[in-house]
Design a protein around this ligand. Sequence first.
Ligand code: ASP
Length: 594
Amino acid sequence: MRSDYCGALRADHIDQEVTLCGWVDRRRDHGGVIFIDLRDREGIVQVVFDPDGKDNFALADKVRGEYVLQVTGRVRARDAATVNPNMATGAIEVYGTGLQILNEAETIPFPLDEHSKVGEDVRLKYRYLDLRRSEMQHNLRFRSKVTNAVRNYLDDNGFLDIETPILTRATPEGARDYLVPSRTHDGKFFALPQSPQLFKQLLMVSGFDRYYQIAKCFRDEDLRADRQPEFTQIDIETAFMDQDGIMAVTEGMVRSVFKSAMDVEFGDFPRMSYAEAIAKYGSDKPDLRIPLELVDVKDLMTEVDFKVFSGPAKDPKGRVTALKVPGGNEKLTRKQIDDYTKFVGIYGAKGLAYIKVNDKSDLEEGLQSPIVKFLPTEVRAAILDRLDAQNGDLIFFGADKHRVVTEALGALRCKLGEDLDLYTAEWAPLWVVDFPMFEDDEQGGWAALHHPFTAPNCSPDALEANPGEALSKAYDMVLNGTELGGGSIRIHNQAMQQAVFRLLGIEAEEQREKFGFLLDALKYGAPPHGGLAFGLDRLIMLMTGASSIRDVIAFPKTQTAACVMTDAPGAVDEVQLRDLNIRLRKKEKPAAAE
Ligand code: ASP
């Protein structure tokens, strides 16, 4: 039906006859000449109808916004005065010689160029219209370009694209499962995969060696701004490759994707241990574009006459740390400091002490702070020395349980970076390695920091003797403070897998019941293997600079995990429930009281 895309026409098409199909972006009547901006996925072109083409002109007079048209015409240069340098097609226009209205459109619920004035719920309800906007068209086309680059790279490197089931058993990744009742197995449920983890490991046992899949994953978790209950991973697994090999091939993938989709070149990614990331940046996904670092001062504070500092300083689980903002004296107002105090409160910090360094040569009068009076002169001197503080600097302090200080000052560091625009680079990728195997589950047990299939860096005996100290063979790729992907070398030996299950409180019977197939597979010649998965949605969000993950997914869910367009999840009728042998229980409490 078309010879060219509207948005693809350029000066070299001048004098060509073209047939275009698209939507009416705008129609203007300029005293006897009708201009129609016709839009398709490639962009917009101006079409002109004048009264010389009688029937067409009369028809053009009838068209309204979002009508679907087929236009035939001749491409011609615009008059110098009407050239629009802001439009890709701005040097030309199409002189219309034929017009067909393929479909009419009622007035749409929101003008596309006024999308920001309507709530996101309206955009999501009429998503098929929202997706007509150039920004959304760009994001989804860009996404396709990236997945194409991913596939090409992985294909060139010998990876096989293999699908794994959606109806399956639970795959623990730390979230709740979405369950699907089985009609043919009364009272039983499938779980939607939180990831293809176990299947990809089994594919390695089968000998496929290098697997990938652009896979949907489902996690029923409390939704934060950048999460979706259903999201896409670039999922990768390899056998007979060590950690360095896997990191090299996947780093190569990210490098090649950035090069081909954005013409951005990365150098080698630095590596940082988890311990260093937490110590210096208060995060296991440090944003290295920001030059600020946390500096621990716990040892300086044990004897000070200020419980807020000395308490955590003496507590083995406490942390006391400082964050210097060079030139912060001038840059930060009292009001901002108060706001930051509230901000760190989100992470459980009870306050935010600070010192302004006015004159570092005068330790009595040169430091301005509500807390400085509690610090002996030699402690003041030691702090300034350790932080290499200069006049004009402002130093924030965090003192509390280790987790609270780390999270609060880690987040403050990023917030300062953003607010004061301290970024020193556009892109800062890195690998974080040497994660602990377990974290305290705060109920007297251990929880896997990654997932239970991650290999430790030690023997099963050493692991069971000292689980809290054990490191894993896990690695995360981080870009600009966002975790792009993560993975690990897996356990490929049954005894080790059982030891890890035991430490996680999964006893023999439950191991058999839930993971018997994996334990069996590990008996029959499982090769050493490992892999990782990248969050595709987040990757696209970073690359496009979109402010929400929903803006890079065609049909996303809302923050309450619903689809307002299809009204899913929906009620099902009694017959369907009866088929499944399910009876709904009455809610015990009214919803409002929850
Ligand atoms: N399955 C892991 C995840 O979804 C990634 C991996 O270990 O490969 O996070």
